[in-house]
Design a binder for this molecule. Structure first.
Ligand SMILES: [Zn+2]
Length: 504
């Protein structure tokens, strides 16, 4: 072996030794020969480091996060979600201080607070109240609300309920002190929230929305958002009715938004601030009532043909007179709107007097059938009936007709006046729907029918049955949506008007 080779081997060995020593020294620096017990901190499964004492870290976090404690009014702040602290035995030498771990975590993820996740599950029953009908997304979604205090949530729900039920009625219902009905009156049979609400204790991340006060949560549950209130300053001459109308609210809705007023006849003073925001409640407050009330029963018009009178002439033989029915009904209210009416019984207190009209049929030219010239409009349903929703604004949209319930599914629907059927369709929104042109620019519409008896082009007489009451299309509960359009066909030049004007 040559000298050079020998030297080379020595050289190589020395290098190897040096490396070994270096590796060992480095190893000895990081690892120890005897293992020790530590806590290993993980963040989303990734090791952050070891700490000596778990409690120490939790205390440090709690002590450092004073700002969060003040903001949420709590006395404890917890580690972020995804942080896992496991006791283990390690040979690793390095142990981080509580401060170091705190600082690493702070960079990565927000801390958490102990609270509740409240889930409001959509209700099948009330996902389509009629006020949502003109929108395609009337369906409600599952909503999760974070709170720190469960009682605060319960109180906020109670505040929402009180937007729809007066405090007095609510207390009488709760304490079983409602006044019994003697002649007419109302009894609350049940008050409940349509949605299934579940609550689960949880550590809530501070980057999520957390409700900490009852007022803000009530506002969210009622208005569907925590936006600033929309106010209006009362001017000279304003009434609750005029302000409501100008802001596309029904007066009943104005009273929901402004609970300090008890009636639409309450006086306002100039300069006073009132709320005019639209509500879009997250929850549906259902109130079921037993009601006994008197209802006008409308007279029928009976036409008698008289060959001694000239064609086109008419003569009133007996003036009609409306009677009175006393109705007992179960009425369901969904966030203040009537959603279902079942008439349990009705008794006639005063029977109506039929109006009898003689119609001339004498004709010199021969052929034609008598033309009905009677100016009176006929009620489109049989009695007993109940107008469950008037014409006008409902939370920012016009309800272009009146809802008439009470006579039940399959009960007859009559043409309100003679005319020609211009539309007879089945549609996802209005359901089975008939439109009649009465001439002089007047059109009436009959929606949500369960069946129709007339087609386009048919000539109908006043009081002729054109279909049966139903709940087709986007409808809650069996009812007739009866509309009046003037000046042209509905949505083709005609504008809607209150059909009640036909019966005054
Ligand atoms: Zn309607």
């Amino acid at each position: 072996m040559g000298k050079v080779i020998k030297q080379g081997i020595i050289y190589t060995l020395s290098i190897a030794l040096a490396i070994t020593i270096m590796v060992f020294v480095n190893f000895a620096d990081r690892y120890e020969l005897t293992p020790k017990k530590v806590y290993k901190v993980y963040l989303d499964g990734k090791a952050v480091g070891n700490i000596k004492n778990k409690q120490e870290l939790e205390d440090y976090i709690n002590q450092e996060q004073t700002e969060l404690k003040l903001k949420y009014g709590v006395d404890k702040v917890y580690v972020p979600s995804g942080v896992d602290i496991k006791k283990c035995t390690t040979y690793e030498k390095k142990v981080l201080s509580a401060e170091e771990v705190h600082n690493i975590i702070t960079e990565e993820k927000p801390f958490t607070l102990k609270g509740y996740k409240i889930t409001i599950n959509p209700s099948e029953e009330t996902s389509t109240s009629e006020k949502d009908k003109s929108t395609d997304n009337g369906e409600k979604k599952k909503i999760v609300i974070n709170v720190l205090d469960k009682d605060m949530f319960d109180k906020a729900v109670k505040s929402v309920v009180k937007a729809f039920v007066s405090l007095e009625d609510y207390n009488n219902f709760k304490n079983d002190t409602q006044t019994e009905i003697k002649d007419t009156g109302k009894l609350i049979e049940d008050i409940y929230i349509a949605q299934n609400i579940t609550e689960k204790p949880a550590y809530i991340s501070t980057d999520e929305e957390i409700f900490t006060d009852e007022k803000t949560l009530t506002k969210y549950l009622l208005f569907g958002a925590v936006k600033d209130d929309k106010y209006y300053t009362v001017q000279e001459g304003d009434t609750i009715e005029s302000i409501s109308y100008a802001n596309k609210l029904a007066t009943a809705e104005f009273l929901i938004v402004n609970p300090e007023f008890t009636s639409e006849t309450n006086l306002l003073s100039p300069g006073q601030q009132v709320k005019v925001g639209l509500i879009n409640p997250i929850i549906n407050v259902i109130v079921e009532k037993h009601e006994v009330f008197d209802q006008e029963s409308r007279y029928q018009t009976i036409q008698e043909e008289d060959p001694n009178m000239a064609l086109g002439t008419e003569k009133v033989v007996t003036e009609g007179q409306n009677g009175t029915d006393r109705l007992t009904a179960k009425i369901k209210y969904d966030n203040g709107d009537t959603s279902n009416v079942v008439v349990v019984s009705s008794e006639s207190i005063k029977p109506p007097v039929d109006r009898v009209v003689k119609i001339g049929t004498r004709s010199y030219s021969g052929s034609t059938t008598p033309v009905v010239v009677s100016g009176n409009w006929g009620w489109p349903t049989v009695s007993p009936y109940y107008v469950s929703s008037p014409y006008g604004y409902r939370w920012g949209r016009v309800h272009e007709g009146i809802d008439i319930a009470g006579s039940g599914s399959g009960s007859p629907i009559f043409a309100s006046q003679a005319g020609t059927v211009v539309s007879s369709i089945s549609h996802w929104s209005v359901g089975i729907n008939v439109v009649i042109n009465h001439g002089n620019g007047y059109y009436t519409t009959y929606a949500h029918l369960s069946s129709k008896l007339v087609g386009v082009g048919a000539t109908v007489q006043k009081g002729q049955q054109i279909g049966t009451m139903g709940s087709t299309g986007r409808s809650t509960g069996t009812h007739l949506h009866f509309g009046l359009f003037i000046g042209g066909e509905p949505y083709h030049g005609g504008h809607s008007a209150d059909p009640m004007q036909l019966f005054r």
